[in-house]
Each structure stands twice: as C-alpha cells, then as structure tokens.
Design a protein around this ligand. Structure first.
Ligand code: IMP
Ligand code: MG
Length: 184
C-alpha cells in the first residue's frame, strides 16, 4: 500500500494535534446544548471516532451513507443518500461530520435532507476542505485542514474503497490513478 503513495500531505501527528484543537472549539460551541452528531459514512468513520473522544459533553451519534464518487477521482455531482437516521432530530443541535468538503454538493444535499426533520440548528464539520473546488453557497463551519486541489487518500478517505486505513493523508502516485482509469 505504501508504495502507491507519492507524498504524505498531512502526518499522523498533525492530524492528532489539530483534532484536539477542533474538538475544543466544538465543545465550547455546544456546551450546555444538546448535541447530535450525524456522520457521513464511510469516509468520516476514523475522523468521527477520534474527534468525539475529545468532546467531553453529552452527545448522540448516528450515521448516514452518501456517495458521489464512482471509481474515478472526479465527483459525479450526483449524490446518493443511503440509510435512515434513527434519532429524532426535532429541536436538536445537529453537527454533520464528513471527511472532505470538495464541491460541497454532498453536504448541501445532506443539509437539505436533515432540515426536513426540523432540528434547531445545523452546522457542518470536515477534516479536509478544498477551497478551490467549491460549487455551492455554503461553507463548512469547522475545518481541520484546507488542502490544494489534489486527490487524497488515508485516514478514512478512499480511492476505489482502498487506502482508508492509512493513518495519514497522502497523495497517490499518478500511475496508480492512471492504471485504474485505463482498466475500467
Ligand atoms: P463533494 O460532494 O464534491 O463535496 O464531495 C464530497 C465527497 O467526495 C467526500 O465525502 C469524499 O467521499 C469524496 N472526495 C472528494 N474529494 C476526495 C479526495 O480527494 N479523496 C477521496 N475522496 C474524496
Ligand atoms: Mg465520502
């Protein structure tokens, strides 16, 4: 797996440090309020697990699945939502967690869906943001790292469902992505 990596963009240490910082901000924002976290799987599972262990206030967690990528590195921009939220979100303060804000279409779609349940408030939190790629009018409320417009893997993020278990954020070698493109 490691030989497919061109460059480590964000190290395990930097991620750990930044997650603690972000968790403090989130804790401060939601102190005394009822917090419900909705995580978008599969990409956010590792981020979710590490983040919530640094948020020492009562909270509920549920997950929903969304996919916008087929097997390529370009967003299809058609977002499919799978699964149902089991928690009653009425009057709850909802924090949506995703791995990355790329075009923003996924979060826009999920916000729309969650709004139907009449929560008190909806905010969003992502591990990564590609500011140059935004195609929507919303911005994430909590962000760990802004990155350039490059396709990255690791720490939950995948390429064709692989590399999620890398403990850091990395850029893949061009030949790995090209090899896949020609074999489809
Ligand atoms: P958006 O809807 O364009 O914001 O895309 C969001 C989703 O696309 C994320 O939840 C990821 O699953 C996926 N995605 C976007 N950029 C990357 C990337 O660089 N690596 C891996 N997945 C990505
Ligand atoms: Mg995803």
């Amino acid at each position: 797996m490691e030989r497919d990596i061109k460059e480590v963009l964000i190290s395990e240490e930097r991620i750990k440090h930044k997650i603690k910082e972000l968790a403090k901000k989130i804790t401060h924002t939601y102190k005394g309020k009822e917090l419900t976290i909705i995580a978008i799987t599969n990409g956010s599972i590792i981020f979710l697990a590490d983040l919530i262990r640094h948020i020492p206030i009562p909270l509920l967690v549920d997950v929903i699945s969304a996919s916008s990528y087929g097997s390529s590195t370009e967003s299809s921009e058609i977002v499919t939502i799978l699964g149902q939220i089991k928690i009653d979100l009425k009057n709850r303060n909802v924090l949506i967690i995703d791995d990355i804000f790329d075009t923003g279409k996924t979060l826009e779609r999920i916000i729309k869906k969650i709004s139907q349940f009449n929560p008190k408030d909806i905010k969003t939190c992502v591990l990564l943001e590609k500011p140059d790629r935004h195609k929507v009018n919303i911005k994430p409320d909590f962000v760990c790292f802004q990155i350039p417009n490059e396709f990255v893997v690791g720490y939950g993020l995948d390429y064709n469902e692989k590399y999620r278990n890398l403990p850091y954020i990395a850029v893949l070698k061009e030949e790995i992505i090209n090899k896949n493109k020609t074999s489809i």
